[in-house]
Ligand binder design. Structure first.
Ligand SMILES: Cc1ncc(COP(=O)(O)O)c(C=O)c1O
Length: 436
């Protein structure tokens, strides 16, 4: 049974905006460390949006993107499925109460012990892109259902995903299919990952067409039970226009698909990117008086923490002062907290004059941040405060009730939280004191 500990989510009145939620957290906790707020409603909305825009595509949340336990519990309660890359990720999902048939093991190069674990818990569907991986799986888990990961690229992506994995369409796929046939292994279908992020709708269409053709080839080869297309991840979460274009292209490509074919996806960033806002504290400041005067701010999260993606995918970071006093803008640099010179969050930005003790807010920080953070120099990864507004909570509970029909959700959890809302007790913050 899937249930979640709703009590750890702070509920705020609808009219309290993010900036005031943040001020409240800082004051209540006498906060100095950097932290995230996780807006749970955002996760719920993304799931609703997916289900109505692409009803034929079953999302399997790629937990690697952000394994925050609240995200997992909320998605599990909404009946979402999961894409795991390792034993540890499968363990986390299983411990949340999700059954193994809702998990796919999508790493094409797997450690022996992780395959053994998949077998133990009954996760059958797993990716392969070469014969040696097939043989390894056959030896450990002959009942596994294999999905061939294809090397399908898009011209427009953040990170090229087929550089490391993927079977070449023209030269390798048929050989691998023959090999799987000869080894008497079960072939379940085909998958691809176009790039992360990838907003090129045409490429999703092209990927699906390739999979459809290969399904026909596989059927002719005698893989009678083959029934899966996996369109992977890459779908952006902070750009509705691209999302709806992709949804349109995917739906079109699936229009005449044999209904016995199951279509799934592995979205990561789509679900979480906008739901997490990072808040950092200016712990030091230095003014460099050179040809051009520059202000250097040293904040308490950086490249070795939440900003590693600067080096990998170079997203656009926009610093927003928590207390915007306005005024003249100055050429500034923002450094992370460690002693390492690589630890530069922003090399050149025009920003108002800030002081030690001020806070900087960073939106859209949910993907590939928490999961890649280290404790380099002794600076621990930033903590997460899950929050939700009252109407968001009602929507979430309604959705869960609808999906799980009240029988399988922990009733006491629901009643408990509803009672707390009625009582207007500590989960609800009514007044947010101005702290600066
Ligand atoms: C196999 C696989 N699936 C899904 C994802 C998630 O990608 P995204 O977060 O861009 O949706 C990744 C990301 O690395 C991946 O490797």
């Amino acid at each position: 049974m899937t249930s979640f500990n709703i009590g750890k989510i702070s509920v705020y009145d609808d009219n309290i905006d993010d900036m005031n939620v943040i001020k409240n957290i800082i004051q209540v906790n006498d906060q100095e460390d950097a932290f995230y707020i996780l807006d749970v409603e955002c996760i719920v909305r993304q799931h609703q949006k997916w289900c109505s825009a692409m009803p034929k595509v079953s999302p399997h949340y790629a937990i690697k993107c952000n394994p925050d336990q609240t995200v997992i519990e909320v998605l599990a309660s909404l009946n979402c499925k999961f894409d795991c890359a390792s034993k540890q990720e499968m363990q986390q999902i299983i411990q949340t109460g999700v059954s193994s048939d809702r998990i796919i093991y999508s790493h094409p190069a797997k450690p022996h012990s992780h395959i053994k674990y998949a077998k133990k818990i009954g996760v059958k569907t797993m990716m392969v892109d070469n014969t040696l991986e097939v043989l390894k799986i056959k030896e450990i888990y002959p009942d596994a259902k294999l999905v061939i990961r294809l090397s399908i690229d898009s011209g427009s992506y953040g990170i090229k995903m087929c550089k490391k994995f993927g079977c070449k369409i023209n030269t390798e796929v048929i050989t691998l299919m023959n090999f799987i046939k000869n080894e008497k292994m079960f072939l379940r279908g085909f998958s691809f990952h176009l790039g992360s992020p990838c907003s090129d709708a045409d490429s999703y269409n092209r990927g699906i067409e390739i999979c459809k053709n290969l399904l026909d080839v596989a059927k002719n080869m005698g893989f009678d039970e083959i029934n899966l297309i996996n369109i992977g991840g890459g779908i952006p979460g902070d750009d509705d226009e691209s999302f709806y274009k992709i949804a349109k292209a995917v739906n079109k490509a699936l229009e005449n698909l044999d209904p016995s074919i199951e279509v799934i996806s592995e979205p990561g960033r789509y679900y979480v990117v906008s739901a997490f806002t990072l808040v950092t504290f200016i712990q030091s400041k230095r003014i460099i008086d050179g040809e051009v005067m520059k202000r250097c701010y040293f904040i308490n999260d950086g490249i070795f923490g939440s900003f590693l993606d600067k080096i990998i995918a170079a997203p656009l970071y926009v610093p927003i002062p928590l207390c915007n006093r306005g005024g003249k803008l100055f050429k500034s640099l923002i450094w992370g907290p460690t002693c390492h010179p690589t630890d530069s969050v922003i090399d050149d930005v025009m920003i108002e004059d800030l002081s030690i003790g001020d806070w900087i807010v960073w939106q859209n920080m949910g993907s590939y941040t928490i999961c890649t953070a280290s404790s380099f120099n002794g600076f621990a990864p930033s903590a997460v405060y899950p929050i939700i507004r009252k109407t968001g909570l009602e929507t979430l509970l309604n959705d869960i009730n609808e999906i799980q029909n009240l029988k399988s959700i922990d009733n006491y959890v629901k009643e408990d939280i509803l009672e707390k809302i009625e009582d207007k007790n500590l989960f609800i913050t009514h007044e947010v004191p101005q702290i600066m």
